[in-house]
Design a protein around this ligand. Structure first.
Ligand code: GLP
Length: 255
């Protein structure tokens, strides 16, 4: 990161009329990042959020990519639940295989996810960051945003200096994510997440948000003074950020 940490700046924000238009602009950004990395002689490394926000984008990339055209891409998970069985479809590894690796025709050996089955999660989190560094870092990190402003699973109050690590999930995040499970009790209590320091090391950030439920978090992330109370507000310190929103998610922004 080259920008002075004491001098936040307004990220570039695009507001579009529909979720489809958001996905389309984000698709162009992702494919541009792939071309850029190749142009510099590197295998492209994409950081991938899970959840609803990037799903349409992932589909459009799959539609746009010629057969085998993305086989040099590395896919790096943003986070992973702790405590789910190895074959549980709610694992983010499983979601990324379904939503990205298979439809994009990626090599499954190029999917990097924190090892949440290890006895020592501190060690496996550090190994994840080391492997990421060995890949040359993330070219573009795709981010969603939680209703409480979280990025990855960095909950409000998370230190901006920390790398990948084990975290406890807040009740509000578990409630939000219970939509994807049978019940709130089925939602894991913990996860391993890329830390904010890890996320900031990506060359570019691409934050995608749609829907009115994200409007407050987006306003706090993009226009309010950066604070650890809104983890996503740290993007204001990154030199290459694009935020792509639909009208509803942008409703809290001032002109
Ligand atoms: C989840 C994930 C994040 C995701 C965010 C928003 O809890 N850990 O990586 O970006 O919350 O999720 P969604 O896009 O489903 O609203």
């Amino acid at each position: 990161m080259s920008r002075d940490l004491l001098a936040p700046a307004r990220p570039r924000v695009l507001v579009l009329p529909s979720a489809e238009a958001v996905a389309d602009v984000a698709r162009a950004e992702v494919l541009g990042a792939v071309d850029d990395a190749r142009g510099k002689g590197r295998d492209p490394v994409l950081g991938l959020a899970t959840g609803a926000s990037p799903r349409a984008l992932y589909r459009l990339v799959a539609d746009a990519a010629p057969d085998g055209g993305l086989s040099d891409v590395w896919a790096v998970a943003l986070d992973e639940y702790v405590g789910l069985g190895p074959d549980d479809p709610h694992r983010y590894r499983a979601e990324l295989l379904r939503e990205v690796v298979v439809p994009w025709g990626l090599d499954p050996g190029r999917l990097l996810v924190p090892d949440v089955d290890a006895d020592d999660l501190d060690l496996s989190a550090a190994v994840f960051d080391d492997r990421l560094a060995a890949l040359g870092g993330v070219d573009t990190q795709i981010l969603g945003i939680g209703r409480n402003g979280h990025i990855g699973f960095n909950e409000p109050g998370s230190s901006w200096r920390l790398g990948t690590r084990r975290v406890r999930l807040s009740l509000s995040t578990r409630q939000a994510n219970s939509a994807y499970f049978d019940s709130l009790d089925a939602v894991p209590l913990a996860a391993v997440t890329q830390g904010i320091a890890t996320i900031l090391r990506a060359r570019r950030l691409l934050l995608v948000a749609t829907g009115a439920a994200k409007a407050d978090a987006v306003a706090a992330a993009v226009q309010a003074r950066p604070t650890p109370r809104c983890p996503a507000s740290v993007i204001q310190f990154h030199p290459q950020v694009l935020v792509v929103l639909d009208d509803a998610a942008a409703a809290g922004l001032e002109e």
